[in-house]
Design a protein around this ligand. Structure first.
Ligand code: GLC
Length: 429
């Protein structure tokens, strides 16, 4: 298939996934990830959709960001899901929708339906706004949204770093966007012999506990909740985006603001290197719990610091040479798998655990958004040949199997949602 066909298909997909809603008298326009499974607006999906929209329609890219910002809380918080069409909100006690919201009794029909979730997702907003500005050369949009971005990143630094070490914490697996990664198994109590139902129950009971015991009060959850991770993927994207935020300030001539955000970006990077880097294994690992136990699962998290432009060269070299290009770990026919292939819990088609017959997310399959980040990361560190090879494979995945949610890293077969929004990132490589 010609690259131009892929572009056209990506455009059609985004048009097809576009929705509008009227809220408090104003109409918002946004893109849903996928009709069947994901009928609302998701935070990091929308940032990726905005990036792809810049190829076709800059106004749609801006609307994507404006709809996210329209629900920003005064102190800066931005939720991971906005339930624009509340008729689609499902209240069943086993359903995710009501569990991730405030209101202990929101599953009861007579209660009002929440407007948003109470979780975050990886803070990639600055990347999306940067792409819009780079494409349009127009600073009106940037001037309008930059104060909101500042508030959002300030909020993360203040509310999500209870031990003040520079690293922000997540309070649920869904906050990293890497929902069921084996990197979270230890904290959730999932082992190789856990059955499907028991595993599902572990996820659900965490959600129910967060709701019934804490009513999703994030300040209390960060200090006392049972799931607490200083996540490498989230913090790598945080560091990178703080650097991008600095560039956005620079663009408006605010040198002091740029300096402050650059210092913040370096602080997160230093903390990642000092606390999450394992010199012996030559890789990064999450810190579990408030006691900061070092996780040991080699997963996509471990590679994500490659997105940071100023990551020390020796570290970049080790990540690329020992892991990303290691055929026992991440170099598979359709790289980059979300878990290293030699990890005991790796499953090419994302079964959980590998012995069960139910697919969960991020347990070994390849995803387009992480490939997109890694390819751009490799280019900025001078690994152009590797980035090119990975680009070709990523394009093949989509050409041969469609815009699916995730893919088998050995065969390329696609799984999960169809017409999945962020897989259109393939046209931005
Ligand atoms: C899944 C993914 C998450 C994404 C969401 C909507 O939960 O793991 O990262 O944001 O779907 O596409």
């Amino acid at each position: 298939m010609a690259v131009s066909d892929l572009r056209e298909q990506a455009h059609q997909l985004l048009v097809g996934n576009t929705r509008t809603a009227v809220f408090n008298g104003t109409t918002v326009t946004f893109t849903i990830p996928s009709e069947k499974q994901y009928p609302f607006q998701w935070f990091w999906d929308s940032c990726f959709h905005a990036i792809v929209w810049t190829h076709f329609d800059i106004q749609r890219a801006q609307e994507e960001i404006l709809s996210l910002l329209s629900v920003q809380r005064p102190h800066g918080f931005l939720p991971h899901i906005i339930y624009w069409d509340r008729r689609l909100f499902q209240r069943a006690p086993w359903n995710n929708h009501w569990q991730e919201t405030r209101g202990r009794w929101s599953f009861l029909p007579q209660m009002s339906v929440p407007h948003t979730s109470e979780l975050i997702q990886p803070p990639v907003l600055a990347d999306a706004v940067w792409k819009i500005c780079a494409t349009s050369q127009d600073t009106t949009f940037l001037s309008a949204v930059l104060p909101d971005l500042d508030r959002y990143y300030h909020w993360l630094r203040i509310e999500r770093d209870p031990d003040h070490d520079g690293l922000i914490s997540i309070i649920a697996p869904y906050e990293s966007g890497i929902d069921a990664s084996p990197a979270y198994d230890a904290l959730l109590g999932i082992t190789a012999t856990t059955g499907t139902r028991a595993a599902l129950l572990r996820f659900r009971s965490l959600m129910v506990r967060n709701k019934l015991l804490f009513d999703y009060d994030q300040q209390r959850l960060v200090r006392r909740g049972s799931f607490h991770v200083e996540d490498v993927l989230v913090n790598a994207l945080f560091a990178k985006n703080l650097g991008v935020l600095a560039q956005l300030h620079e663009r408006l001539g605010d040198t002091m603001g740029a300096r402050a955000w650059n210092i913040a970006a370096l602080r997160v990077t230093n903390a990642l290197v000092q606390k999450c880097w394992n010199e012996e294994r030559g890789s990064f690992f999450n810190l579990d719990g408030r006691q900061e136990r070092k996780n040991s699962v080699l997963s996509i998290h471990s590679l994500m610091p490659l997105v940071i432009p100023w990551l020390p060269k020796e570290i970049v070299e080790r990540l690329v040479r020992n892991h990303l290009t290691n055929p026992n770990e991440f170099l598979l026919p359709f790289s980059v798998p979300s878990v290293a292939a030699n990890e005991p819990m790796f499953s090419a088609q994302s079964y959980l655990p590998a012995t069960t017959k139910r697919r969960f997310l991020w347990r070994g399959s390849t995803w387009i958004n992480t490939n997109w980040y890694l390819i751009h990361g490799l280019r900025q560190h001078g690994f152009d040949a590797l980035a090119d090879a990975l680009t070709v494979k990523t394009q093949q995945l989509v050409e041969q199997n469609g815009f699916r949610e995730y893919y088998d890293p050995f065969t390329g077969e696609g799984f999960g949602a169809e017409n999945f929004g962020w897989s259109t990132l393939v046209i931005d490589l």
